[in-house]
Design a protein around this ligand. Structure first.
Ligand code: FDA
Length: 500
């Protein structure tokens, strides 16, 4: 409520925010979460909470009048379409050199992501978070995160014959014929549910291709794991369609004044509120948290923030491509939207490629991949006083490094198979999806802009708990690492700062 005072306010309900809420509540602290997106707990007029992948509507995108699908074309034809402007689930946020996809609503990115739950290889961890104790992470916090998220492995015997993983088996065959390690990857999807989907005994979700605009049944998003547990403590409340616009030291009595816009489903501000909080946890995601802090530093609300704020942002080296298979390597009309495996060429070529679905509902003879690469470039967010916005100086050309690394896998496979790249998925005669990322990381880097536990330098009681702490690359899909790091940091904060 306007004018309220709370012990803890958390900005955002993604991975970092959900872990923070649960652990603080379990320690006996009352927590208030503020989320700019919707609750996603009420069915629409079609009886479903989330729109279908092939029939986007207002629910699909965050305040856009036209879809901006990651794959913009099919057979060379543009596939984006007009939709009503609404506070939908997927934000395609455009900066000058890159479009950053993010989830909006209670659960953050867990609402829209593929659920791939990957713990980085231990030998790569020091490149991910150099100041963090490796043993502590692999003995305590990664296991805790995997348990909290409900991470499990697909039943490989079932996978070997499931129709919906024909595309992944073709991916394996091509990887192995070229000598690349093909590795199974854990996920948060309920595999028993997926088996029932494939068998036709329950409503379909993954097997119907649901993913980018939300998953109506089997995926264990944060709403079903951390957030459900946090709510069950009775100590956590969530305000949806509320966007934090400012945080500054309170004029009297200590703590921070937090300014919040309440918005309607068209995105218009309908009320402006202020709340005072003893402690504020920034968990608005890499882009959300960094944009806020860069602006608050530049405009004088939090002038003492470190000059490191805004720096060290990367896109986890994301690049997409498709390959055109021969007729004998059909990838299947039915493709589960939940990826199960990847091609690991990280050590030799700097790329880890997810064997991704292309759930179009028709046979495309295409293999599709999202590669995570060791792209060395890092960008910076800066405040633009003329526009009042925060800019990001990422250059599209920097993706050439990622393309070269991905080619270390796919050029070889194409040569071996006698196949070619698809050129019809990202435009006409364009091979590489090099204009986007699903994995924004960094901007408020751990042990640089914050101390080694996410405490913001310069302000007691302000913390960062999300992907902005990770300096640009996680070597694999990032949410398990974001979760594990949040588990580690909140553990320390609860004992050292709250004395519990
Ligand atoms: P996250 O972005 O999850 O949460 C931030 C929350 O804060 C959002 O709900 C946002 O609305 C809210 N917020 C922002 N600004 C605010 C403000 N000012 N006021 C109030 N609220 C605000 N990763 C992975 O490991 N495996 C995978 O398979 C995939 N697949 C994938 C697919 C797609 C399409 C996307 C877009 C992303 C993925 N990811 C992924 C990435 C993963 O989802 C991502 O890394 C995490 O969600 C990031 O977690 P955070 O806690 O940092 O923020």
């Amino acid at each position: 409520d306007n004018g309220a005072r709370v012990p803890v306010l958390i900005i955002g309900t993604g991975y970092g925010g959900s872990v923070t809420a649960l652990r603080l509540a379990q320690a006996g602290v009352d927590v208030h979460m503020v989320e700019m997106g919707m609750a996603w707990d009420t069915p629409g007029s079609d009886g479903k909470i989330f729109a279908h992948t092939t029939k986007p509507d207002g629910r699909s995108f965050w305040l856009r009048t036209k879809t901006k699908q990651p794959l913009s074309n099919f057979l060379g034809f543009p596939i984006d379409q007009d939709i009503p402007k609404y506070t939908g689930i997927l934000d395609a946020e455009e900066f000058s050199g890159i479009t950053v996809y993010q989830g909006r609503g209670v659960g953050g990115g867990s609402l829209v992501n593929g659920g791939m739950a990957v713990t980085p290889k231990r030998e790569n961890f020091s490149s991910v978070l150099p100041s963090v104790d490796v043993d502590e992470m692999y003995n305590t916090y990664y296991p805790r995160a995997n348990a909290g998220l409900g991470v499990t492995n697909v039943d490989q015997r079932w996978w070997e014959s499931a129709n919906c993983y024909q595309y992944a088996r073709v991916g394996r065959k091509h990887a192995e014929r070229s000598g690349f390690p093909f590795v199974f990857v854990p996920n948060v999807y309920d595999w028993e549910y997926m088996k029932a989907e494939e068998a036709g005994t329950v409503p379909k979700s993954a097997v119907a291709g649901e993913i980018l605009y939300g998953n109506n049944y089997g995926k264990k998003s944060l709403q079903k794991t951390y957030i459900a547990q946090a709510k069950a403590t009775g100590k956590v409340t969530i305000s949806t369609l509320h966007k934090v616009t400012s945080v500054s030291p309170a004029a009297s009595g200590g703590g921070y004044t937090v300014a919040i816009d309440q918005i309607n489903t068209s995105g218009d501000t309908v009320a402006t509120k202020t709340v005072t909080a003893d402690r504020v946890f920034f968990a608005a995601g890499s882009v959300g948290t960094t944009k806020l802090l860069v602006r608050l530093k530049a405009t004088g609300a939090l002038p003492n923030l470190s000059s490191e704020v805004g720096k060290g942002w990367g896109e986890n080296g994301n690049v997409m491509c498709g390959r055109a298979n021969h007729m004998w390597d059909a990838t299947g009309k039915v493709q589960s939207s939940i990826p199960t495996a990847g091609i690991d060429n990280w050590a030799a070529g700097g790329a880890f490629a997810e064997v991704a679905p292309l759930p179009t509902g028709i046979e495309t003879y295409a293999s599709f991949y999202l590669s995570i690469t060791k792209n060395p470039h890092r960008a910076e967010f800066t405040y633009n006083a003329a526009t009042g916005k925060v800019d990001l100086n990422w250059q599209t050309a920097w993706k050439q490094d990622s393309i070269n690394m991905a080619k270390s896998i796919f050029d070889k496979i194409n040569k071996k198979e006698g196949t070619i790249y698809r050129t019809d998925l990202f435009g006409t005669y364009k091979i590489w999806g090099d204009h986007l990322t699903y994995h924004p990381l960094g901007g408020v880097v751990l042990n640089k802009a914050t101390d080694n536990y996410g405490r913001l330098n310069g302000y007691q009681g302000l913390y960062v708990m999300d992907g902005s702490l990770i300096p640009g690359n996680a070597t694999v899909n990032p949410f398990v690492t974001i979760t594990a790091l949040a588990e580690r940091n909140i553990d320390k904060i609860i004992t050292a700062d709250l004395g519990r």
